[in-house]
Design a protein around this ligand. Structure first.
Ligand code: C2E
Ligand code: CA
Ligand code: CA
Length: 709
């Protein structure tokens, strides 16, 4: 319906004063009427009491109310729907009451059929000659369509905001000519910070990025003309948390204005997972130290940056002595604890620039960088060993960990990471051969040694399955009367190529490689088996002694295994004697005593071997469940020449007797030595003079002749 048609023939005149008209009332009134009746805006005119005097045809078209139906009523009467715009309405009422104009108020009204429509309202009071308000002219524009569009837009924006926030994304556009950034709604949730902190300029955006990542972002913007970019960078939130953002952008050339258009998403979770993966691939998980990959990479990097005159470096390979024993006897969690403590101690011993790594097992490496004076390395290595040797309390045990160190120096011992590592490793093997607590610096000769060692080790692994071992038996006699008391079993190795390798060479290697347990078990069984042949030949009373390595002693399965051999071959308790060197017995005494007692219960007797070469105290010896002390050959050797050694021998004999122990003198090579020792009250004698280590057949013959005699 067109407004003009609705009002054709309307009986109500426009209540407009035409007193002010200059060109004649009719002329003006007609013009106003035309305007009012043909405008699409609704016009409502009330009297001073806000009673409707006039509504224009547009009003009827929009609301459905005819002029005749509304005249005399108040506009408020037509607000039949829910009062959603109460504040606006109150504002309008107050202004109207005060006779003030109302401008651009927006509110919802209701049509005759009850449906709502939105209007934008202007009310102008019209004053009479007396200055009093006599009418109000309200012009209302129907803004329902705009309103709907705006609501749809807002809803769309809301949905977009939700979608972006769900995708942890934000977007921005940056018109290159305007230098202003426009962010998508909710972008602050992704960028961190409040909405008012959103950067409005590229520079401000770059400034919010962590300094180390700014360069890449700047470069991406500089080169965006060449094509799209994708980069990840960090921003720090107010909480101090670092966020990882990925920004993908391109240059939008669709309009005349060039725009940088980009999407930014939060990739923190993925990045953290990646960081964790990176961390794991560069670190030893147990100790948190660098792993082999990191060590090699750092070493290579450092080497590539070196030039003439740069300071040197030192690579220290550190290996714990008999760590396997801790693992086997106290369990892996105790072993892990020890490794962690070692890691801490090593880290504490070096500077923060230096690198401490664990290559696996009980192998640690320290890389000393910026070395200006290589003479400091050996003392530093000694300091590390001292730090490691400090007792550590693990799972209610006081453990003492000794270690060996092999080291190579850059540039003296190699120019490549591989060479330096190989040489430090060769030095370490040499250090381990020297014994615990040794620090060995690489020398070219070690290279050959380590190759030799490697060859020997692979041959040693074959020795047991290929039956290359045999036993020799060295007789032991009573000092008084020369009666045969038993034999010490000594191992011999003749390789398949016919080469005889002395035990002093392969036993340490067997100990280091853990092969000693299998070898030791073979020795024990063979010794018991041979004893059986002696017993059967009338030598039931004879003892058979075997040598025990530290690693074997701490084997928890040892008592059971030995019991089995004793039982199989019928050895009475005390017949099998285990020889343990003084230094082994001195290490971790409490644990040692415990295991010795367990074995004593299993039926063995004990002798302390190589007595005098270690540092055992009398008080300590007293606590060991031993029956015999074997005075080291070194003291016997020079008896005839050295008064000092004579004194030591006498004192040792006296001491043994004071403790209720027998003294065995080893390495007797002359009659003079035998005589002296016999006079001093030595109990048992062993040595080339009395009998060399002999084959099983010879030993059996000796048993037979003694039994016969
Ligand atoms: P050890 O236990 O002190 O054994 C005594 C060593 O002194 C033996 O050397 C023996 O042949 C040697 N010997 C005996 N009497 C004399 C003498 O009058 N003069 C001299 N100069 N030497 C004498 P061997 O057999 O070469 O053994 C060396 C070391 O190897 C042993 O020292 C022992 O520590 C170790 N060993 C030998 N057999 C075994 C074994 O079955 N198991 C373990 N764990 N170690 C063993
Ligand atoms: Ca021995
Ligand atoms: Ca000995």
């Amino acid at each position: 319906m067109r407004p003009d048609k609705a009002h054709k023939g309307g009986e109500v005149e426009l209540p407009i004063d035409d007193t002010a008209a200059a060109c004649g009332a009719g002329c003006h009134a007609a013009k106003y009427r035309l305007v009012v009746e043909h405008t699409h805006n609704m016009v409502v005119i009330t009297d001073r009491y806000r009673r409707i005097e006039y509504v224009n045809p547009a009003y009827t078209v929009v609301t459905g109310w005819a002029l005749s139906e509304v005249v005399g009523r108040q506009p408020g009467e037509f607000l039949h729907g829910p009062l959603t715009c109460r504040t606006t309405l109150n504002l309008i009422r107050d202004k109207v009451r005060a006779g003030e104009p109302v401008e651009q108020a927006e509110l919802v009204n209701y049509r005759k059929d009850g449906s709502p429509y939105w209007v934008q309202l202007n009310i102008q009071p019209v004053r009479g000659a007396d200055g009093e308000v006599c009418h109000f002219v309200a012009v209302q524009a129907d803004v329902t369509a705009q309103r709907r569009a705006r609501e749809a837009l807002e809803a769309g924006e809301r949905r977009m905001r939700e979608a972006l926030s769900l995708a942890r994304m934000a977007g921005f556009e940056y018109a290159l000519s305007e230098h202003v950034m426009h962010w998508t709604p909710g972008a602050e949730a992704i960028l961190g910070g409040g909405a008012d902190e959103l950067p409005r300029h590229l520079d401000a955006h770059i400034a919010r990025v962590e300094p180390q990542d700014r360069g890449t972002l700047q470069a991406a913007y500089r080169e965006v003309e060449r094509g799209p970019y994708e980069i990840e960078y960090r921003v720090r939130e107010a909480s101090g948390r670092t966020k990882w953002l990925r920004e993908r952008g391109y240059l939008d050339r669709r309009d005349a204005t060039l725009r940088l258009s980009a999407l930014v998403c939060d990739v923190t979770d993925g990045r953290l997972a990646q960081d964790r993966i990176d961390y794991l691939s560069w670190h030893d998980t147990l100790t948190g130290l660098a792993n082999r990959e990191q060590l090699q990479s750092v070493l290579r990097q450092r080497l590539s940056r070196r030039s003439d005159g740069s300071p040197g470096m030192a690579l220290l390979f550190i290996d714990l002595d008999r760590f396997k024993t801790i693992n086997d006897s106290l369990g892996h969690s105790a072993g892990d604890e020890v490794l962690k403590l070692i890691a801490q101690r090593l880290k504490a011993a070096v500077r923060s620039d230096d690198l401490v790594a664990r290559l696996g097992g009980d192998e640690f490496v320290v890389l000393l960088v910026e070395l200006h004076d290589e003479t400091v390395v050996a003392p530093l290595a000694a300091k590390m060993l001292a730090a490691l040797a400090e007792p550590m309390r693990v799972h209610d045990h006081d453990l003492h960990v000794a270690a060996s160190i092999g080291l190579s120096l850059y540039p003296d011992h190699g120019g490549s990471a591989a060479e330096l590592m190989r040489h430090a490793d060769a030095a370490l093997h040499a250090a381990k051969a020297v014994g615990q607590g040794a620090v060995v610096t690489f020398r070219p000769e070690l290279h050959a040694l380590s190759a030799q060692r490697f060859a020997l080790e692979s041959k040693l692994r074959q020795a047991l399955p290929q039956q290359e071992f045999s036993l020799r038996f060295q007789p032991q006699f009573a000092a008084c009367g020369g009666v045969l008391l038993g034999f010490e079993a000594l191992i011999r190795w003749t390789t398949s190529a016919g080469e005889a390798v002395p035990p002093d060479q392969f036993i340490p290697l067997a100990e280091q490689t853990g092969l000693i347990r299998h070898i030791g078990d073979w020795v024990a069984r063979e010794a018991c088996r041979h004893w059986r042949t002696w017993a059967d030949a009338g030598g039931k009373h004879l003892r058979i002694a075997i040598n025990l390595s530290a690693d074997e002693l701490h084997d928890v399965a040892l008592p059971e295994r030995l019991s089995a051999h004793l039982q199989t071959y019928g050895l009475p308790p005390g017949t099998l004697e285990l020889e343990l060197t003084e230094s082994v017995a001195m290490r971790d005494p409490a644990r040692c005593i415990e295991q010795m007692n367990r074995l004593r219960e299993a039926g063995v007797s004990w002798a302390v071997d190589d007595f005098g070469t270690g540092y055992s105290s009398l008080a300590y010896l007293k606590t060991l469940p031993i029956q015999r002390i074997k005075l080291d050959r070194a003291f016997v050797k020079d008896l005839e020449r050295s008064a000092n050694d004579r004194a030591i021998c006498s004192a040792a004999i006296e001491m043994a007797h004071a403790l209720g122990l027998e003294l065995v003198a080893e390495g007797i090579e002359t009659e003079a030595q035998r005589q002296f020792l016999a006079c001093q009250g030595c109990d048992v004698m062993q040595g080339y003079y009395l009998g060399r280590p002999e084959t099983a057949d010879d030993a059996l013959a000796r048993v037979r002749s003694h039994a016969g005699g």
